[in-house]
Write a protein that binds this ligand. Structure first.
Ligand code: NAI
Length: 251
């Protein structure tokens, strides 16, 4: 790549988003680290800076239209047009359907669906102008259905529909859109799930690994490697796809 492109990663203060931010910086992107708490984003940006990369920390709630617009404008002004976007920010509010509150439903819809819509809309304005873009959105194997996750499963399936439509609408501008559907990945999100179920996290990991065909738990770096390919120039003919990165077809 002659001139470094600017990549925006949401939910990048920790977990999968952080691994993507670090990987993209190593791959030569200027990286905008977006998350709710700007100080937490700054720690990731500092780590990238210390390793010789370029990063900008931006505090933003991806479900808030005004905050998204000003965050993307700030990234464009300070790093350059964001032509790569990874919609990764996410939350879980698990409950069985008969106990799930409207607040739990709305919170999950707002972060995943509204957030990815707002971020994609704001960034595509720059991508279409530049006649180049890569959008990767984090779905999940839960899109296929998962007990206790009516809200999350619906949102993650919805993101696959959003992805395919972005691919159809934006392809003519040199923009591709794809989704990654991770299986079980070791992060604070899955640790919180184990704790809620009253399970020891390490034992939980050992049990989960037994049912995964490749025989191990996924790591944030597994997802970062897939995102790196989908956001590379050479992936320009891959669009509207959902790649399951789960150590097997559906685990
Ligand atoms: P995590 O909970 O460790 O990190 C998510 C990040 O998103 C946090 O830093 C959080 O502050 C941020 N975030 C939440 N709401 C936000 C908002 N409104 N605006 C901006 N940032 C916000 O989660 P993890 O495990 O790294 O997951 C990342 C993505 O991958 C999520 O979309 C998740 O649903 C998805 N995923 C994770 C899997 C796993 O096994 N860990 C499996 C499948 C999908």
């Amino acid at each position: 790549m002659s001139t470094a492109r600017t990549a925006v990663i949401t939910g990048a203060a920790r977990g999968i988003g952080k691994a993507i931010a670090l990987r993209f910086a190593r791959d030569g992107f200027k990286v905008a680290v977006l998350d709710l708490d700007e100080a937490a984003c700054q720690e990731v940006a500092d780590e990238i800076g210390a390793a010789g990369g370029t990063a900008l920390a931006v505090g933003v709630d991806v479900s808030n239209e005004e905050q998204v617009e000003s965050a993307v404008a700030r990234v464009a002004g300070e790093l350059g047009a964001p032509t790569v976007l990874v919609n990764n920010a996410g939350i879980i509010r698990d409950n069985l359907i008969f106990k799930m509150s409207v607040e739990e439903w709305d919170a999950v819809m707002n972060v995943h669906l509204r957030g990815a819509f707002l971020m994609s809309k704001a960034c595509q304005a720059h991508m279409t102008k530049e006649k180049y873009g890569r959008i990767v959105t984090m779905s999940s194997t839960s899109a296929l259905g998962f007990r206790g996750q009516a809200n999350y499963s619906a949102a993650k399936a919805g993101l696959q529909g959003l992805t395919k439509t972005l691919a159809i609408e934006l392809g003519r501008f040199g923009v591709t859109a794809n989704a990654i559907a991770p299986g079980f990945i070791r992060t604070e999100m899955t640790q919180a799930t184990a704790e809620r179920m009253g399970l020891d996290f390490e034992e939980f990991l050992i049990e989960r690994a037994k049912v995964i065909p490749v025989g191990r738990i996924g790591l944030p770096e597994d997802i970062a490697a897939t995102a790196a390919f989908l956001c590379s120039e050479e992936a320009g003919y891959v669009s509207g796809q959902v790649i399951y990165v789960a150590g097997g077809p559906r685990t």
